[in-house]
Design a protein around this ligand. Structure first.
Ligand code: PMP
Length: 314
């Protein structure tokens, strides 16, 4: 049986004991930064593989720095704590580990300085976020992506996610699966929780960081696999909305969404309206990599359970 565990106020505790007070600054003003780390279950090995923990820890530390937050643990300690909270929780299925650095002072007052900061972790089971086989039907959101001059999109700031939630709800309530947000210049930025990649004339193209994207860890992974395994050229450049309609393929990447083909944008089919061959091939290799089935990519993974059998489980 799993034992859902959190790290809260300096200790590992049962998840139900990890509660914040109503006056907590982060709750009142969104003054927190977070991460999501996937644990991918390999049933054949009875093993849970955490994906790129160090990269996520490095990113939350950068987000915290932008938000003028003190992190009271070292990078190595945080990596270890992510592993530990996953191990203690004992899930035998795909999970999501949520690290958060937050303004923990219980007081009223809008600011970032002169406040206490704390770090917490919890784990939750987490299956598919988008339909990775059928692909996603997307709409261009009427909400613009938050700009670096407002709230920096490269920081995963909790309060910033209102922008994403606006876009996601608009898309779903209009019958789509996911939103694609444009930045203030009208160029393609990203999905509500995913980076975006298009394939045109054999080149994979994704918007650069200055188009107000989160600098995605799954994006880096997908582009690396594309270069290594498929020999595809990769370009980072600004993308116009109309390019989404004429791209040969479009896909999204994210910790939650993994690698999801986009089959339709604004009711225009992408290619022939089915997941394209490059997206499918990349997706297949990516899933093999994140579940520990490709030795060349094992360095991305941390096995959570010691002594897990390599023999197939019944
Ligand atoms: N963009 C946004 C807005 C996100 O929330 C996420 C998910 N963290 C991503 C992109 C994808 O980033 P990553 O692959 O690092 O999860």
């Amino acid at each position: 049986m799993p034992t859902p565990t959190a790290f809260f106020e300096g200790q590992f505790v049962p998840l139900e004991q990890a509660k914040i007070g109503v006056m907590t600054h982060a709750f009142n003003y969104g003054t927190a930064v977070f991460e999501g780390v996937r644990g991918n279950w390999n049933a054949d090995e009875g093993q849970l593989y955490l994906f790129k923990v160090r990269e996520h820890v490095q990113r939350i530390r950068q987000s915290a720095k932008i938000m003028r937050m003190a992190v009271h643990y070292t990078e190595d300690e945080m990596v270890e704590m992510v592993n530990r909270v996953a191990e203690m929780s004992g899930y035998q299925e795909d999970v999501y580990v949520r690290p958060m650095v937050y303004k923990s002072s219980e007081l009223v007052g809008v600011r970032l300085h002169d406040l206490d900061d704390d770090f917490l972790l919890f784990v939750t089971p987490f299956g598919a976020y988008l339909d990775i086989e059928a692909g996603a039907r997307c709409m261009t959101s009427s909400w613009r992506r938050v700009s670096d001059t407002a709230i920096p999109a490269r920081a995963k700031v909790n309060g910033l996610y209102v922008n994403n939630a606006m876009a996601k709800t608009e898309a779903q309530q209009n019958g789509f699966d996911e939103a694609i947000m444009l930045n203030e210049d009208g160029h393609v930025s990203e999905g509500s929780g995913e980076n975006i990649v298009i394939l045109r004339r054999g080149t994979l193209i994704s918007p650069p960081p200055q188009d107000n994207i989160l600098e995605g860890i799954t994006l880096d992974t997908a582009l690396e696999i594309a270069q290594q395994e498929l020999g595809l050229p990769v370009e980072r450049r600004t993308i116009d909305r109309s390019e989404l309609y004429i791209a040969d393929e479009v896909f999204m990447t994210g910790t939650a969404a993994h690698l999801t083909p986009v089959v339709e944008v604004d009711r225009v089919p992408v290619g022939d309206g089915r997941p394209g061959p490059v997206s499918v091939q990349l997706q297949r290799t990516y899933f093999q990599a994140i579940t520990g089935r490709l030795p060349q990519y094992r360095e991305w993974l941390t096995p959570v359970y010691q002594g897990a059998t390599v023999a197939a489980q019944p």
